[in-house]
Design a binder for this molecule. Structure first.
Ligand SMILES: C[S@@+](CC[C@H](N)C(=O)[O-])C[C@H]1O[C@@H](n2cnc3c(N)ncnc32)[C@H](O)[C@@H]1O
Length: 338
């Protein structure tokens, strides 16, 4: 095929949200789950999902042109590897991510212009409150959000555990630890570790059930609370993955100063974040940065910006350990203890 002209490439970019919404609708209707036991026609799928058969057929045909589902010679649709990712029970399922991106966040992205014009958070404009307040009032969406974090960041867990040496750490606190999947992986990989999971009370309750189901409740304390108020003491390392990127510098400093208060002299701060690189190469962190602008009102930062933030909160940035994924481990020690 001829390479695309700049105009054609631009056309593809401009219609990107069509694709996201098409995938979202298939995920919402659980089409991939309905095809788990074998191919089905659009009419059968429409009956099972209470949708309009001819329109559902058009959706599936379009998705099949992208490798998501395949239309067979007999007109029935079947799963493909890409479609498998949308099954709710698939390992590394992307279904919750599709729901999170396709519903509230899609509406917030519709106000990106507002965020760029004002520096304010589009989500708050559309929904009248910050996202974590919204989630504490909407349990279904909150569960979807917890699961979506695994969908979008899950592959970073093994990369981080491979790259960072946890020797010498007895108690690991995961602050803003969400549904506990990262802590579960860390405790499973390192039998010497004990864990503390800290998150908002509703989230912590759900995490408690997950850690119990993983048989780790004996090695892990789950505490509900807000990191703007205080952070539990007693850990050798305080890990926060994709927490600081959710907040502006002022709020980030409040969180980091609370970690500083909780930490003993030899304890470490471990932020797991993408570090914005210089240059123009393709970089997911730079797009995630826009999502931070629009949804929670935070930002992705450069190494220098993390260094400055650490210094303002009383930490020295000891080193940045890259991983095989987009995130790095940004290690900090209390100022004067390195
Ligand atoms: C972007 S998610 C990251 C979750 C998890 N660390 C991960 O990497 O998958 C942000 C987390 O911060 C938690 N959070 C938000 N506000 C909080 C607060 N005030 N105190 C404690 N946790 C909070 C959310 O509930 C959510 O689990």
């Amino acid at each position: 095929m001829e390479p695309l002209t700049p105009q054609e490439q631009m056309g593809r970019l401009l219609t990107g949200h069509w694709l996201g919404q098409a995938v979202y609708v298939a995920a919402k209707l659980k089409i991939a789950d309905l095809l788990k036991d074998g191919p089905r026609s659009a009419a059968e799928l429409a009956a099972a999902t209470a949708t309009h058969a001819a329109s559902l057929y058009r959706l599936l045909r379009a998705l099949a042109s992208l490798g998501i589902f395949v239309e067979q010679g007999d007109g029935r649709f079947a799963l493909t590897p890409l479609a498998e990712c949308l099954r709710a029970d698939a390992p590394g399922s992307q279904r919750s991510l599709a729901l999170m991106i396709g519903e509230e966040q899609y509406r917030a992205w519709g106000e990106l212009l507002y965020s760029v014009q004002t520096g304010k958070t589009a989500f708050d404009k559309v929904f009248g409150m910050p996202i974590f307040d919204y989630l504490s009032k909407h349990e279904e969406q909150a569960k979807t959000f917890d699961a979506a974090m695994v969908g979008v960041h899950g592959r970073e867990t093994a990369a981080m555990l491979d790259a960072y040496d946890f020797a010498g750490i007895g108690v690991l606190a995961d602050v803003g630890g969400g549904n506990g999947s990262l802590l579960t992986a860390a405790l499973t990989r390192h039998p010497q570790l004990r864990g503390i999971l800290y998150d908002l009370p509703g989230v912590a309750e759900r995490a408690k059930a997950n850690l119990r189901a993983a048989g780790l409740d004996g090695r892990c304390e789950v505490i509900g609370g807000s990191f703007f108020e205080s952070i539990p003491t007693g850990a050798d390392a305080y890990l926060m993955r994709h927490i600081i990127h959710d907040w502006d510098d002022e709020k980030s400093l409040t969180i980091l100063r609370n970690v500083h208060k909780a930490m003993g002299a030899g304890s470490r701060l471990l932020l797991i974040e993408g570090v914005v690189p210089p240059g123009n190469d393709p970089c997911f962190t730079k797009l995630l940065d826009l999502a931070m602008l629009v949804v929670p009102g935070g930002k992705e930062r450069t190494a220098d910006e993390y260094r400055q933030l650490y210094a303002a909160a009383g930490f020295d940035l000891a080193r940045i350990v890259p991983t095989k994924s987009e995130v790095s481990v940004i290690e900090g020690m209390k100022h004067g203890t390195t």
